[in-house]
Design a protein around this ligand. Structure first.
Ligand code: HEC
Length: 597
């Protein structure tokens, strides 16, 4: 059945139900048509119905006749926003159900306002053009886009050189260090790239033509996207996870909390994580702590996974601990690590053991919940100098309590370390990880703990995942590629991510939906989620509703819906200043037929 027909049938059914038995009606819809002021249909507009505090919203795209239907809304008052690059946002207050909403959008004729509508990556293209040296460009992308987008409005503000010095010192203190050669050129690159006299005409060339911002294809326009605001303006929902109970768990790294969202009711609950006697900033309190100014982080929860018994395991990056949350008792148990700094991403093996990367000190560790023991494996450094610096790290962190270390220098050091990052377990039990800054991946033998290293043919491998056939999928963060590594042949095959202009996307994470082996990739700098179908080698780009949507992790529910969170740090750069949990349903017809809403 085509979408329109399905919509029409559904609508008349709903209407009939409303008239006959209002008490039985659980969900309503808002449907209608989007057109230009001259009546021409607008294809691929994003229609968002939102309400509540904290806000929750549902977004759909308009079809080739400008029609849309926002499904599954609770009856009552909603605000509807219609958004399409090239037109001004249309806003209406209406009650659901409403099956005849007609919205005419006004064209955006002001080039400056039009340029403001574009995602960060479009602006960032102008910045990258300024950098001649490809190694400098790679360094900037890797070091300056891993907390927030580059090219969004907040990062385009013109500054004097002395102000840039302050900004760069602050970024370096938090971990975004640059070599002195690159840092010295940053102010002139920013000035040249984002000067409106140069940028606006470049970004708005072709405005008003159909080529300016093409609509997404019909396959993408079927999707339904839900968003839930979770946490306040000072919070940062770093990673999230779908629990077998159907709840979504998410960690607020800046406020030391675990959140649980019930997507059916929209209710959320916060579970504070004990500070375990640690000061603000945790074990990094004295060494230039990687904290945003409004943080209340003592343990800094980073990533989470569920164990077979339903408990939720969390890496506590600032506290050098692993946390276990029991959903039944709502209690925490914290395990202090024996070695290493900054526990990062974790996965469980088939024996229920927890493997996790330790980003700061170049380790991978294994924790066995049955014995309470940690086994820590030191990964190879790239050279002797690095190896020595890594071994001195505990001493430097101790020393920083007494001596004020230069933050810019410390940042430079951080950028030069290997940084173990993503981790996943192969079907044969092998533990694979990436070393982000070293541009390589590796395997740990789960029995002998022997480490093997493989160089990647692209830069900055970040969060990797296995597919059902035991092939490893890897996003190249500073190289804008997705790559498939076959462990049996030790070969890579890579695809350039088709976000235009090429090279402006920074894919932070990906995940493979294992029933179909579809790969979903974070469009971190372009406010998108990206789907890759390996058999046809086709990409589909889903524009997300909120400007400055910075995503870092992906998970799937039983219906194959895709979950992620907006965790741009700082949160205030996000449109309307709050983090959101996001669910994208690529195939809503199938989900509805399965009777799952
Ligand atoms: C570890 C996280 C992190 C990294 C890495 C990072 N930033 Fe930031 N950035 C932040 C935070 C947090 C803020 C907000 C600071 C504030 O509000 O005081 C920010 C703000 C900014 C701003 C806006 C400043 C303002 O005061 O309005 C600019 C510009 C910026 N960053 C540029 C950069 C550049 C250039 C790099 C690479 C050298 C970088 N960032 C790397 C976290 C980061």
């Amino acid at each position: 059945m085509n979408r329109q027909l399905a919509g029409a049938t559904c609508a008349s059914l709903l209407l009939a139900l409303t008239l006959a038995t209002p008490g039985l009606v659980r969900a309503a819809e808002i449907a209608g048509r989007v057109s230009d002021s001259d009546g021409t249909p607008i294809v691929g507009a994003r229609i968002t119905a939102e309400r509540g505090d904290p806000a929750r919203s549902t977004t759909v795209y308009s079809d080739e006749e400008g029609r849309f239907a926002v499904p599954n809304l609770a009856p009552g008052d909603w605000q509807v926003r219609v958004r399409r690059i090239g037109w001004r946002d249309g806003i209406r207050d209406t009650a659901a159900p409403n099956l005849e909403l007609a919205i005419a959008l006004e064209r955006e004729t002001d080039p400056t306002a039009l340029a403001e509508q574009l995602p960060a990556n479009r602006w960032f293209a102008l910045f990258l053009e300024q950098i001649d040296d490809s190694a400098h460009r790679e360094q900037f992308v890797r070091q300056c886009t891993y907390c927030h987008q580059q090219g969004n409005e907040a990062t385009r503000v013109p500054r004097e050189d002395w102000q840039w010095e302050k900004v760069l010192a602050l970024m370096a203190r938090m971990g975004g260090g640059l070599s002195s050669e690159v840092a010295a050129q940053v102010p002139s690159w920013f000035d040249a790239a984002y000067d409106p006299a140069h940028a606006i005409p470049r970004l708005t060339a072709g405005m008003g033509t159909s080529q300016f911002a093409p609509a997404p294809p019909a396959e993408v326009r079927r999707a339904v996207i839900d968003e839930w605001v979770l946490g306040g303006r000072a919070s940062m929902q770093h990673d999230l996870m779908v629990h077998p109970s159907g709840h979504i768990y998410s960690v607020d790294m800046m406020q030391d909390e675990l959140y649980r969202l019930d997507p059916d009711t929209g209710e959320s609950k916060r579970f504070p994580i004990p500070a375990d006697g640690l000061p603000l900033g945790g074990v990094f309190a004295t060494s230039g702590s990687p904290l945003v100014p409004n943080a209340n982080a003592h343990v800094g929860p980073h990533s989470l996974q569920v164990a077979p018994d339903g408990s939720v395991w969390v890496t506590l990056a600032l506290g050098n601990r692993l946390g276990r949350f029991d959903p039944a008792t709502e209690e925490w148990t914290l395990h202090a690590m024996s070695e290493g700094f900054y526990p990062h991403t974790l996965r469980l093996d088939s024996k229920g053991r927890i493997w996790f990367t330790i980003a700061g000190s170049n380790h991978v560790a294994r924790f066995d919940p049955s014995s309470g023991q940690f086994e820590t494996i030191r990964l190879p450094a790239e050279n002797l100098q690095q190896a020595i610096a890594l071994r001195l790290m505990p001493f430097v962190i101790w020393l920083s309590e007494y001596v004020d270390l230069d933050p810019v220098g410390a940042g430079e050091g951080a950028g030069a370390m290997p940084v173990p990052y993503g981790i996943d377990i192969a079907p044969d039990g092998g533990v694979w990880f990436s070393q982000l800054n070293a541009h390589r991946i590796g395997r740990i033998d789960p029995d002998t703990l022997e480490v093997e290293i493989v160089e990647t043919p692209f830069t900055a491998p970040r969060r990797l995942r296995f597919d059902s056939g035991g092939r490893l999928w890897i996003p190249g963060f500073s190289s804008g590629v997705v790559s498939r590594f076959d462990p049996s042949t030790r070969t890579f095959e890579s695809w350039e991510i088709p976000i235009e202009p090429r090279g402006t996307e920074t894919p932070y994470a990906l995940h493979v939906e294992r029933s179909t082996d579809t790969v979903w990739i974070c469009g971190t700098n372009s406010d998108t989620l990206i789907r890759f179908d390996p058999p046809s080698e086709e990409f589909f780009v889903y524009p997300l509703p909120t400007r400055v949507t910075y995503t870092r992790e992906i998970d799937f529910d039983e219906q194959g819906r895709v979950w992620t969170s907006n965790s741009n740090t700082p949160t205030w750069q996000i449109e309307r200043g709050q983090p959101r949990i996001i669910r994208l349903d690529p195939n809503p017809g199938a989900t509805a037929l399965a009777g799952t809403h």
